[in-house]
Design a protein around this ligand. Structure first.
Ligand code: 9MR
Ligand code: ZN
Length: 528
């Protein structure tokens, strides 16, 4: 393979919106720069860079080029005298629309239990219907018995299905719809007709909801299996070639609480398209909520024979989220009191970095944005204040970082997903108290993901400059197409400089639904 071209100017290669901030990071001595129209070769702007600013974690002196003044739609590049050019980029109102489509279609391409077909940049990406025997009940006390657990999305680069991770994923996707429905409706997703009468975006969410419903024990108790997987990960095979037995596992209180939150959300969002299904979701939510009320202890998922993903979430945050969503859907005062008590126990804290293990933000945000009456005014005020403070911190962190990364110097497994997910904190703050700096910091997160970073590479397959070619993704590894399945964000580095685009390195380069949902949300804010 040919070594990818590198550029001295690091920027978001997808593009920029005419009216918002535009900047590039240049880790080389740079006094001034030009913006050149790529079609006419005409210089349209000359600017002085600022800097240098030294940052330890990347060990670089970085100069910043701000070209926000360039607003005319078109194709451009930056040129730094003596250094060279940047990659080409676009300034356009719809700069992010194609990325939004591709990243949402990635969910469709993850579907389990049906064949999928996608065409992208001249390649065909497809599976045959997989895992049609999902799943066995041996681990929930019925050796050899089988019941329907088909459908849903595979979790990640592996083919398992995990309720806790589906929780934060669907939570963030429902938020995308709540906050940006108008934007999301501008995109054509070209999905198969699996939910007649639903808007396209919600169609995809229903596919996962259908599966989650099947994870509730059929005995009416309300318990919810923690996951549905084999006992161990498969090798790099296509999903339809994965024939080893998969099991409904033992329940956990975190999975049960996430189930409540999701079913409450589904009931609310699907009601106007499908009242009967919405009622089914709501009934299921109540059964599991009552079970949790009667069983307040933490039931951790124990792996036992399993070596697939653990997702052993504490359950306080999940229970808080469940109470918030069930209240928002029904107005039930018991749920409201439950939420407010739990929020106080958690000291109304808003998390800056959050993921599957920490979903209290979803509860706090739902409550803060709710138009329902009955809130305790003091609780409401405290949560609102904490949300704004937290967003203010993110703004500061992004401004201080040479690559405007709002998570600044924190790196860990899946942190790219967190960078994308911080746009939820920022957009919620902006809803509570509109302020352009929240929006521009959310855009910083998007820019970072698409190339305004140490590597000057996109972290999303098939999109932007020099994207990952070797994600830890079984389909991408097992099919005959060289380019990976498109539209997927990879996990990222564990330090500022250790990310590797290598298939074996699952902790740096896997794809996963929770990170993907955050990417979809991040882009949704900027789709025109
Ligand atoms: O996203 C998960 C990350 O936060 C954990 O540190 C890591 C180790 O437990 O697991 C990650 O989730 C993986 C899951 O366990 C199995 N499917 C793939 C997920 C993404 O790597
Ligand atoms: Zn499958």
């Amino acid at each position: 393979s040919v070594a990818a071209q590198t550029y001295p100017v690091h920027l978001n290669s997808i593009g920029f919106l005419p009216e918002l901030k535009k900047s590039a990071a240049i880790p080389h001595e740079c006094e001034s720069f030009k913006v050149v129209n790529a079609e006419t070769a005409k210089e349209v702007f000359t600017g002085k860079s600022t800097g240098p600013k030294f940052q330890k974690d990347v060990d670089q002196n970085v100069w910043i080029a701000d070209f926000s003044e360039v607003k005319t739609p078109g194709k451009y590049y930056l040129e730094v005298p003596g250094l060279g050019k940047s990659t080409e980029f676009e300034i356009a109102d719809d700069a992010f629309r194609f990325a939004a489509k591709t990243s949402m279609r990635a969910f469709y391409l993850w579907r389990c239990g049906m064949g999928v077909h996608g065409e992208y940049e001249g390649n065909v990406y497809e599976t045959e219907a997989c895992h049609l025997k999902d799943a066995y009940e041996d681990y929930i006390g019925k050796p050899g018995s089988q019941r329907n657990g088909t459908g849903g999305w595979h979790d990640a680069g592996d083919h398992g299905k995990y309720v806790v991770n589906a929780g934060v994923t669907l939570g963030v996707l429902f938020y995308a719809w709540d906050h940006f429905q108008v934007n999301l409706e501008k995109v054509e997703y070209e999905l198969p007709e699996t939910a007649p009468g639903y808007p396209e975006f919600l169609k995809e969410l229903k596919w996962e909801t259908d599966w989650i419903l099947k994870m509730q024990y059929p005995d009416g108790s309300g318990r919810v299996s923690h996951k549905l997987t084999r006992t161990n990960f498969s090798g790099f095979i296509m999903p339809q070639d994965d024939h080893e037995k998969r099991y409904f596992t033992e329940w956990s209180s975190a999975a049960t609480a996430d189930f409540v939150a999701l079913m409450a959300m589904a009931a609310r969002h699907f009601k106007s398209y499908d009242a009967e299904y919405a009622q089914k979701c709501l009934d299921a939510a109540w059964v599991s909520y009552r079970f949790l009320q009667e069983n307040p202890e933490y039931k951790r998922f124990e792996q036992g024979d399993f070596q697939t993903g653990g997702y052993q979430s504490r359950n306080v945050d999940d229970r808080l989220w469940a109470a918030a969503e069930l209240w928002e859907t029904t107005g039930d005062p018991e749920c409201l009191a439950d939420f407010e008590k739990r929020a106080a126990d958690m000291e109304f804290e808003i998390d800056e970095n959050w993921d599957w293990s920490d979903v209290s933000n979803l509860g706090m945000f739902t409550y803060a944005l709710s138009e329902r009456s009955g809130k305790n005014p003091q609780v409401a005020q405290t949560i609102r204040k904490d949300i704004l403070e937290n967003a203010g911190d993110l703004v500061k962190k992004a401004q201080e970082d040479v690559y405007n990364r709002p998570l600044a110097g924190r790196y860990y497994w899946g942190c790219n997903g967190t960078v994308a997910r911080q746009t939820v904190n920022l957009q919620v703050a902006n809803k509570l108290q509109p302020d352009k700096k929240y929006i521009e910091t959310a855009l910083d997160a998007v820019n970072h993901i698409f190339g305004h970073n140490y590597y000057n590479r996109s972290y999303v397959t098939g999109l932007g400059l020099n994207p990952p070619m070797n994600p830890h993704d079984r389909r991408s590894g097992a099919d005959d197409v060289e380019a990976p399945w498109p539209g997927y964000i990879v996990g990222g580095g564990h330090s500022a400089t250790d990310w590797v685009d290598e298939e074996e390195s699952y902790s740096h380069n896997e794809v996963a639904i929770n990170w993907q949902a955050a990417l979809v949300y991040a882009l949704a804010g900027f789709v025109n």
